[in-house]
Ligand binder design. Sequence first.
Ligand code: NAD
Length: 247
Amino acid sequence: MLKGQTAIVTGASRGIGRATALELARNGANVVVNYAGSAAKAEEVILEIKALGVDGIAIQADVANSEQVQAMVKQTIEAFGRVDILVNNAGITRDNLLMRMKEEEWDSVINTNLKGVFNCAKAVSRQMMKQRYGRIINVASVVGVLGNAGQANYVAAKAGVIGLTKTMARELANRNIHVNAVAPGFIETDMTDELGEETKSQLLNQIPLAALGKPENIAHAIRFLASSDADYMTGQTLHVDGGMVMP
Ligand code: NAD
């Protein structure tokens, strides 16, 4: 389905990013596994990608740093000659109530989760414009639509990602670059591990399908948006959340 294409997945050494990198590879894409922390975990994903019969490279870059992002895109083009798919997945949480939230907690989440999407999309868009082809998929969140007490920074960033998705979709449509978002509900990853069992069981009451999601559920939606099956879609936010948001 994605044979011969090149994908960059940010924050791909674990969780939703890792599942997405493997899903795109399973469908024939060569994948750049971006990571910020452990090279060892990113290299493990590369081994799994290569075992699927496609190519992959791990590139360290902090998505909040535009110079590092530009270097990552340059290295990708040197290695594969093109960039067809960008998945803006990297994200962090620094939860606190508004009155207690430190400026550093606000800035770090906005810089990674919102500015990071801007940095990566801007860096690939020149190449995608030249190719007259590109698929950008941004990972938002249900809380960007619903709001969530204790997450002002994260919610503002994710709501921003949804707005940015619509704007980029309008700006880039005439170059055949489609920009969509996936808004996950609560997915079982290291990020949600921090929630604790009691909070998790309370959450189940808010989910019509009464279960947390798995990283693969999000990866499947991203693979759909990256594929020609979604050729007539741009500017959309696909909710993959067990029915939490019914727009
Ligand atoms: P995770 O913490 O397991 O993975 C996030 C990845 O992003 C990690 O590999 C981390 O190293 C990387 N990362 C963090 N900062 C980075 C930076 N500055 N540069 C490059 N990489 C960086 O989390 P996850 O649950 O897999 O989340 C993936 C995405 O899905 C995030 O954008 C998150 O906000 C979003 N999301 C997750 C859930 C959930 O329930 N897990 C729900 C909604 C949205």
